[in-house]
Design a protein around this ligand. Structure first.
Ligand SMILES: Nc1ncnc2c1ncn2[C@@H]1O[C@H](COP(=O)(O)OP(=O)(O)OP(=O)(O)O)[C@@H](O)[C@H]1O
Length: 227
């Protein structure tokens, strides 16, 4: 479902005399349906950079990133937007809060954009918000004023509301309490069970051990660090 081959990336520091810093070379990995692969490697090895390239947020130098058949490294922006809408979800710690939109809408929105009927989309959003212990009295309010932990859980609900075939997980359990961490680990296991391909960064070693089938050490792709 995800096939990365011979991927390379360097950053050009325009404000520092145009210095070119190679950060990745020859990166390769695959994630099959129903599998969760964890990215590991020391700080600065390139885990976030690799995730951002898969998302289509960072340009690549060379190589291929096939996600459900689309080469994200070369795809047109509109195709990447369509891929993110239909195929590739993203769960991170941080909610990009949309002012004045009620929480239930924020969570239901990915389904509404896919033309799921409103009552069905809202019912599914409500189920996830309840699972993630967001009190019902908050559902009609914008999450702008929510606590950091509440915003994180709203974001997780939004990330899991559609059954994406591919999910990118960026520290999905970071700073959650034990009860909500369990809920998120269950959601990840359910996504695997329905056949989703998951690629994640987990600094939480316990979580990583529970959900990951394989680990890929990105240090192997870091120029100057690879053995
Ligand atoms: N926008 C950028 N411009 C220049 N260099 C960058 C940029 N983003 C990342 N880097 C460099 O790329 C390398 C990889 O960074 P990255 O954030 O991907 O590492 P990481 O493995 O996710 O680290 P951590 O575990 O600390 O989050 C680092 O040397 C970093 O300085």
């Amino acid at each position: 479902m995800i096939q990365i081959s011979n991927l390379s990336k360097s950053f050009t520091l325009h404000n520092q005399g145009g210095a070119v810093i190679p950060v990745m070379a020859g990166a390769a990995l695959t994630v099959a349906p129903g599998e969760c692969v964890g990215l590991v490697g020391q700080s600065g090895a390139g885990k976030s950079t690799l995730m951002r390239m898969v998302q289509g947020n960072y340009r690549t130098e060379g190589g291929q990133i096939l996600v459900a058949g689309l080469d994200v490294a070369r795809a047109a922006p509109r195709d990447i937007i369509r891929l993110r809408r239909q195929v590739m979800g993203h769960v991170s710690q941080f909610l990009r809060v949309v002012p004045r939109v009620p929480t239930l809408q924020v969570v239901a929105e990915p389904l509404l954009r896919l033309s799921v009927p409103r009552d069905e989309a809202e019912a599914r959003a409500a189920r996830l918000l309840a699972q993630l212990n967001i009190p019902e009295r908050l559902w009609s309010l914008s999450p702008t004023t929510f606590s950091g932990g509440e915003q994180q859980r709203v974001n997780i609900a939004r990330g899991f509301v559609h059954d994406y075939p591919v999910l990118l997980l960026d520290e999905p359990t970071a700073s959650l309490d034990a009860r909500n961490r369990e809920v998120v680990l269950d959601l990840i296991m359910q996504a695997k069970a329905r056949g989703a391909a998951l690629l994640g960064i987990f600094h939480d070693e316990g979580a990583r051990a529970r959900v990951c089938d394989r680990l890929v050490d990105v240090t192997a792709f870091t120029p100057g660090l690879a053995a």
